[in-house]
Design a protein around this ligand. Structure first.
Ligand SMILES: NC(=O)c1ccc[n+]([C@@H]2O[C@H](COP(=O)([O-])OP(=O)(O)OC[C@H]3O[C@@H](n4cnc5c(N)ncnc54)[C@H](O)[C@@H]3O)[C@@H](O)[C@H]2O)c1
Length: 388
């Protein structure tokens, strides 16, 4: 197991390199500059001028800047990598870091496809290092309160989430084939997995691009997931809706045996069920919450939420929805998608040692079921105050 090996004492901030100094890289660096848990000692971007401007605008005078991860790690003495590059670059950057023995916290989506994610699982098997996806929208105090309320409703019949937003972010998003599902719904699908103890089994989806959309790909979709318990997750979303916008976190309802609950995605949580009180606790939110879980996992050996193996099912929800939409709304079974993705991963992978690991798996489902990283059982608590 690769942990926080080396000279760090618990009181020291983890020395990290941020790869990708674009809009979100800047957000990470601003947060890290004031973090008690990690220290940004290096910044890597293909565009070194951009990285230099970002670093100086935040006042990180001592951070090492460059275009080569290996070089910046060497010069800065970094002990971990935070990958905030565009989604297509995530795998390559994660692989370089893992091969160098560095743990990685990677922005969502961990990979554009499940097969690319499985190749990273295999490399994590091989190196024993920690690769965690930063699904930062799991880390909201009001979502935790909503989850606690939902847990008191008995068996759930349905979970509904609606996301309607007017979103102008020129760059890779406006060029993607599925800017809603791949770049945004990945958050909401992951939040569903946090919210319930259920797992998605299959999906039917329809995606389209409204005529006025400024996105090249499908900016709108509806999707219905069958969950293992028999409940349904009913999702609808759009990124080009200039009116009655929801929170970035979407607007959520759960309907259960003993009542219902609602979260507006921001600060309103309501329960309509006898004896269910809503209590909002204290915890770090957004990327700060993800960072704290990552640093904590390195210090304790605990397996974090969205360790690469766990995150694969979130990505399968996204890819399953896309596949269904491309097949006219046909039902896509996620277990089938997983095994087809393993065959694709074996076909695409060029590193012999990773191919060997992929071929050794009895199935993709089994490979992602048992996280070898860390010493503790999978940590996805269903009670307030757990690691979020
Ligand atoms: N968690 C959230 O709420 C949230 C919000 C916004 C973006 N994001 C995620 O953050 C990531 C980055 O988004 P963004 O909006 O900052 O994109 P961006 O295009 O503004 O920045 C990406 C940067 O990565 C650099 N880059 C690309 N390939 C690289 C490589 N191989 N090595 C080094 N640098 C490379 C680019 O030069 C660019 O500067 C995406 O995965 C996105 O989905 C997450």
């Amino acid at each position: 197991m690769t942990g926080m090996s080396g000279s760090e004492s618990p009181d020291e901030r983890l020395r990290v390199v941020v790869v990708g100094a674009g809009a979100m890289g800047g957000e990470w660096l601003r947060m890290l500059a004031r973090s008690a848990h990690a220290e940004p000692v290096g910044v890597v971007d293909l565009d070194v001028d951009l990285a230099t401007r970002t670093v100086s605008s935040i006042g990180l005078a001592d951070a090492v800047v460059g275009s080569s991860l290996a070089d910046v790690v060497k010069r800065s003495g970094a002990r971990a990598v935070i990958n905030v590059t565009v989604p297509q670059a995530h795998r390559v950057v994660n692989e370089e870091a893992m091969r160098s023995g560095l743990p990685v916290l990677c922005e969502k989506p961990l990979a554009p496809t499940v097969s690319e994610a499985l190749r990273q699982v295999a490399l994590a098997d091989l190196t024993g290092g920690l690769l965690m996806a930063s699904q930062s929208r799991r880390y909201f105090r009001h979502l935790a309160a909503f989850r606690d309320a939902a847990a008191q409703l008995g068996a759930l019949g349905a979970v509904h989430a609606q996301f309607f937003h007017e979103d102008h972010e020129p760059g890779f998003r406006e060029q993607m084939a599925h800017p809603l599902l791949v770049d945004m719904s990945v958050h909401h699908f992951d939040m569903l997995r946090y919210l319930t103890v259920d797992e998605p089994v299959s999906v039917r989806c329809d995606s389209w691009n409204p005529p006025w959309s400024w996105f090249a790909g499908d900016a709108a979709a509806t999707a219905t997931f069958d969950l293992a318990s028999g409940a349904r997750f009913v999702y609808s979303g759009s990124r080009c809706t200039p009116g009655l916008q929801t929170s970035w976190n979407a607007d959520w309802h759960v309907y259960g045996e003993a009542g219902a609950a609602h979260w507006d995605g921001d600060h309103l949580v309501q329960a309509d069920a006898a004896g269910v009180a809503v209590e909002v606790g204290e915890s770090s939110e957004g990327i700060e919450g993800a960072l704290e879980e990552f640093v904590g996992a390195l210090a304790t050996g605990n397996t974090p939420q969205n360790e690469v193996r766990t995150n694969v099912m979130t990505l399968a929800m996204v890819e399953g929805a896309i596949r269904s939409s491309e097949r006219g709304g046909d039902r896509v079974v996620l277990a089938d998608l997983l095994e087809e993705s393993l065959a694709q991963a074996i076909a695409d992978e060029r590193s012999g040692d990773v191919v060997e690991v992929l071929r050794s798996w009895p199935s993709a489902a089994e490979a992602i079921a048992t996280p070898p990283w860390g010493t503790s059982p999978q940590s996805v608590p269903h009670a307030s105050g757990g690691a979020r």
